[in-house]
Write a protein that binds this ligand. Sequence first.
Ligand code: XIL
Length: 508
Amino acid sequence: MTNKDVGEYRGRTLRRLRRPRVLLAATGAVAAAALAFVMVPNANAAASTLGAAAAQSGRYFGTAIAAGRLNDGTYTTVAGREFNMVTAENEMKPDATEPQRGQFNFNGGDQIYTWATQRGMKVRGHTLAWHSQQPAWFQSLSGSSLRQAMIDHINGVMAHYKGKLPYWDVVNEAFAENGTRRASNLQSTGNDWIEVAFKTARNADPSAKLCYNDYNIENWSYAKTQGVYSMVKDFKSRGVPIDCVGLQTHFTGGSSLPSNFQTTLSSFAALGVDVALTEADVTNASTSQYSGLTTACMNVPRCVGITVWGVRDSDSWRSSESPLLFDGSGNKKAAYTSVLNALNAAPPTSPTPTTASPTVSPTTSPTTSPSTSPSSSPPPTGGTGVILGSQSGRCIDVPNSSHNNGTRVQLYDCHGQTNQTWTYTASKQLTVYGNMCLDAAGSANGAAVQIYSCNGQANQQWNLNSNGTITGVQSGRCLDVWSTSNGAQVQLYSCSGQANQQFRLTAR
Ligand code: XIL
């Protein structure tokens, strides 16, 4: 890799949003009388882990995980504490998942999936069609038989993980540095191989967001960036299903942060796709480049999250460049602090008005059926109480006791004050403060859950299901959180049966 624009990054410094914190000092009867008027102490103090800090703006912070390191206690302690998204570093690639034609092996991928999801983390799928890390049998094919093998591979792997992975890197690294298609055996099957891969993937798992992923596409004025941009624009204009672009963000191997990175992210996003930083690492973990890349993502609403390519320097594929956030002993480096501060400085995601269309591209199927049929189940609990997340032990809370339309709700330590007290009504509303409703700002995966004046519409109606989930009547999707921390924002997500979607209205 050669690159470009050594990072003289002029990131916008965002003013930290400070929330008032008022101590409850009163006692006894005075306290009872005073409670109604006292502002509840609340979240939005700086979060202390990468995942929780990212969750404050509805984003994730992830890492690559290697199955072979899951028995290393330092590794799993740091990874389990800091991250809420995981990418298998090698275990879901074609050579790992289909070592012989038609014989799939998901041992490594499943190990990582289980480790992550048991901790409430999500997993990005990586990757289905790539010129590299192909099994030998695949490399020996060409023409229509190679094309068919690619299709069969996508179908086989996506069927195994169907409904489980929010994102898949369907095609990886298909462009050359000059912005034309990279020469490869897949490219030799015909220029339409990429769109065939995406169409196959959409049919195989309509719930997954489908990404194109590449390196050296961070600099907006670079030919390769423009080549990928043109392809995504073309796909969107012709209805080829694509939902996201992954920018690997390897500022190693000679690359560095370009000053126009944010322009690149916002330009891709303007095509109607999510963007994500999927494999970040930086030579010698430059603090300015790490904070710059983080801020660039925070400044783009459709930048959904950042993944670093490994936990400790010693785990990195480029360990000689010491490019990660933790040293070989698992200690936080200066770059860690610079990233954490940039995450904590992010503005909360701007709430989408209730009338807005969903934020995912229209090619994404709007609704995935939950695994149970919630609307037929009578609510197991009802009345008035807190909405308790079973994984976190925390309650759904209106930050700052805000009464403003569009305030996103979050997880916070349960205290049962009015900003955590919800009433389930006969018309399936969950009301707070008497006249405001829990409201879905859209129906797609990732849609914000907020408070809004009650208006009787379906995006304000909820089913309290006997399986412990709460689903939106309009979307069919579950209340869901990315993390268990104070400040984790609540969103809609396809029901997965996982612990981060278990919420109960519980009388207190
Ligand atoms: C790398 C892994 O980190 C290495 O362990 C492996 O030997 C080679 O692949 N772009 C990608 C990643 O999309 O899958 C690559 O991961 C790094 C470059």
